[in-house]
Design a protein around this ligand. Structure first.
Ligand code: PGA
Length: 259
């Protein structure tokens, strides 16, 4: 696991975006796993800048998103399909038919999840998976108590996630946040060839500590990344503030990245 500690989230987002841009340049048919939430927005803006500057094209890239709320149509302004269209897909030259987000209105949600796994497998697996982290240590919507081997399935949100998501989205209305979601599993995520997790702000410091220095535990599902061979954690100083070895990680990753 490499922990990149940057002064600001802007700096961290630019470096993470550059990593993705370089990978797409190298393999124009890259398969991306994408995340929603407030955290990746700056990185997506940087990715869009690179497309606008004609440094890279997503024309042949395919994407699969981590999760979607049960009960929300893709046209709902709080759905993750809507979020992705607005924050990334409409700003880059990806073909919308190549973008995949779980259908929150699927009649048979478990069938939808199984089909999603098949699609990813048929595409050859995910090359780079983008991740945020919940303040409770979740990746995608894999809440504490989820098996670290879990596959894409219907999941149940914790009260703390509902609170966090109501604060950032849903205009603060907790009762409007769906209580269930369709989510890639921890096992599914860990099969990606590279993982890039972004974490910003002091509200994420405890979760980042659990992810990087805690035991591998289903209590902090992000800790499963400790078993991954190519996982990168991009933090600002606030999110890294509880890491015992943050100075060492910062030096090591900066040396490896040549920054
Ligand atoms: P956030 O969500 O980026 O809005 O903080 C992250 C997550 O819950 O995974």
């Amino acid at each position: 696991m490499e922990v990149v500690v940057c002064k600001t989230k802007e700096e961290a987002s630019a470096i993470a975006a550059a990593m993705i841009t370089a990978a797409v340049k190298k393999n124009p048919k890259l398969v991306l796993g994408l995340a929603t939430g407030s955290t990746p927005v700056l990185m997506y803006a940087e990715m869009a800048k690179a497309v606008k500057a004609k440094k890279v094209s997503y024309k042949h890239v395919k994407s699969w998103n981590l999760d979607e709320y049960v009960g929300l149509a893709g046209t709902h302004d709080q759905s993750y399909r809507y979020f992705m269209n607005k924050n990334l897909f409409e700003k880059i030259d990806i073909q919308i038919k190549n973008t995949h987000v779980l259908n929150g209105l699927a009649k048979d949600p478990e069938k939808e999840c199984a089909a999603y796994e098949t699609q990813i497998r048929r595409a050859g697996g995910i090359d780079i998976q983008v991740l945020g982290i919940g303040s409770d240590g979740h990746i995608a919507f894999n809440e504490p108590g989820t098996s670290l081997n879990s596959r894409t399935s219907v999941v149940y949100l914790t009260p703390s996630t509902i609170k966090d998501n109501a604060r950032l989205f849903f205009k603060g209305k907790e009762d409007e946040v769906p209580t269930r979601a369709l989510s890639m599993g921890v096992g599914t995520i860990c099969e990606a060839r590279k993982c890039i997790l972004l974490a910003f702000g002091k509200g994420k410091a405890e979760a980042v500590k659990g992810c990087v220095e805690g035991p591998v535990s289903q209590f902090c599902t992000a800790s499963a990344l400790q078993m991954h061979n190519d996982a990168w954690i991009f933090c600002d100083e606030a999110a890294a503030s509880k890491l015992k070895l943050r100075k060492y990680y910062a030096w090591r990753s900066a040396t490896k990245l040549g920054i």
